[in-house]
Design a protein around this ligand. Structure first.
Ligand code: NZQ
Ligand code: ZN
Length: 394
């Protein structure tokens, strides 16, 4: 068990009536001008933006608007947002959407509060020392950005972009309005991508050779079982309120640090590999994780056997009869079957990408380089290992 610091400062307003809290939450910030930041159209279409604008009026705070955030949010829009906010004197960022909108708002917040090029923080050449505060109205349970210390941005480039994350406590949102009903309009594919990402945020922390803590394991295993059960329910009834609520709260807890207390920080190799796929091919984050996980798990499980055994028995319900190795393998197969059941790809081919030999190498090299030459804790992976996993995932 390792020492740890747990910092989860976000005020969560959760439930069917949570939107009625928005005006009050904005007033509490004492801000002069807000940037209302949103995505490609779903929030306008559903009528949510009209409700948010009314809340801003009620709070008596003027605002500017910037929509058009794409999944795998782009650096160019972040730059545009920074310039807009400087011109308008914005001192609070309100993100209405999912991880992409929230991350774009966080990046704008870093750009406003620090000198120089905001991309430096994502490339890891400098660290931010502040962030203009962010508030959230969440429309998809997935990335967990509504409570996390993370922001992930893609820098566009010819022949594939570069997707990189920046982690710091400065960007943790001040508040998150979480009404599970807002997620009823999600396409099934996005719901499944979200459930996959939520699971992976805890799985990345669970499959580690670092320290572990019984209470953290119990929370993590309970969270994983809950998400799996409710993802299945949502497949059949996307407007099941309780299932939407379970998944939405799990999404926030899965990535606010709770399921990592006492461990070594986690593995994060599957996320690292997905970031290369997302940058190169612009795939949905959850689907990219699903496509890589089975190949990763089969490559590393012998080096982290006890954790894969516990996952099989405690989470996937595998009967503990046989060798640890065979039980661990059954757990991996059961999880891959679950991913297929909810409509997720479990290979790069199913994901719709077909890297060239050169692309395999470049993605592996970049992924390792982003981790200082290696990735992972369940098994430490170097460039060749990462390339092997990508090729096995084909
Ligand atoms: O743009 P709109 O029209 O809103 O459509 C979005 C988008 O196409 C749609 N959507 C969202 N809410 C909806 C809806 N459609 C109908 N009804 C609703 N209520 O869903 C699509 C995906 O949205 P996005 O925000 O991209 O989803 P998600 O929350 O999965 O965010 C993914 C991004 O977050 C990053 C990912 O890498 C990816 O860039 N991550 C951020 C993390 C963090 N900040 O802590 C951690 C994660 O590991 C992840 O890397
Ligand atoms: Zn993720």
């Amino acid at each position: 068990m390792f020492d740890f610091e747990y910092f989860a400062p976000t005020k969560a307003a959760f439930g069917k009536n949570s939107l009625s809290r928005l005006a009050g939450l904005i007033s509490e910030q004492g801000c002069k001008k807000v940037l209302l930041h949103y995505g490609g159209g779903s929030a306008e279409k559903s009528g949510l933006l009209a409700i948010v604008r009314s809340a801003l009026k009620e709070a008596g705070v003027p605002w500017a608007e910037l929509g058009g955030v794409k999944p795998n949010p782009r650096l160019s829009l972040v730059y545009e947002g920074i310039e807009l906010c400087k011109r308008e004197g914005v001192d609070f960022l309100l993100a209405v959407g999912g991880g992409s909108v929230i991350d774009s708002a966080k990046a704008i917040g870093y750009g406003l509060a620090n000198d120089g090029d905001v991309w430096d923080f994502y490339e890891g050449t400098r660290k931010p020392s502040a962030c203009v505060p962010v508030g959230v109205v969440l429309t998809i349970a997935a990335a967990g950005s509504e409570m996390s210390n993370s922001s992930v941005i893609t820098r566009e480039a010819e022949g594939g972009g570069l997707k990189r994350g920046c982690n710091s406590n400065y960007c943790r949102p001040r508040f998150a309005v979480m009404n599970p009903e807002l997620t009823y309009t999600l396409p099934d594919y996005q719901t499944a991508c979200g459930c996959t990402d939520i699971l992976m945020h805890t799985m990345e922390r669970y499959f580690t050779n670092g320290g572990n803590m019984a209470i953290t394991d119990a929370v993590a295993e309970g969270l994983m079982r809950t998400v799996i059960a409710n993802a299945r329910l949502l497949k059949h009834n996307p407007v099941d309120y309780d299932a939407r609520a379970e998944v939405m709260w799990a999404g926030a807890l899965s990535h606010n640090g709770l399921t990592g207390c006492g461990n070594d920080g986690g593995d994060w190799a599957v996320h690292g590999i997905e970031h290369e796929l997302g940058g190169q091919y612009d795939v949905a984050h959850g689907a990219g994780l699903a496509a890589v996980w089975p190949a990763w798990a089969k490559y590393v499980y012998k080096d982290c056997l006890i954790r894969f055994y516990l996952f099989a028995v405690h989470v996937m319900g595998v009967r503990p009869s046989g060798t640890r190795e065979s039980i661990a393998r059954e757990g991996i197969e059961a999880f891959a079957a679950f991913l297929r059941e909810i409509g997720m790809p479990t290979s790069l081919t199913e994901l719709g990408v077909d890297p060239t030999d050169k692309e395999y190498k470049v993605m592996a090299e970049r992924c390792a380089a982003a981790g200082g030459g290696k990735k992972g804790s369940a098994k430490v992976l170097y460039v060749q290992d990462i390339e092997n996993i990508l090729r096995n995932a084909k």
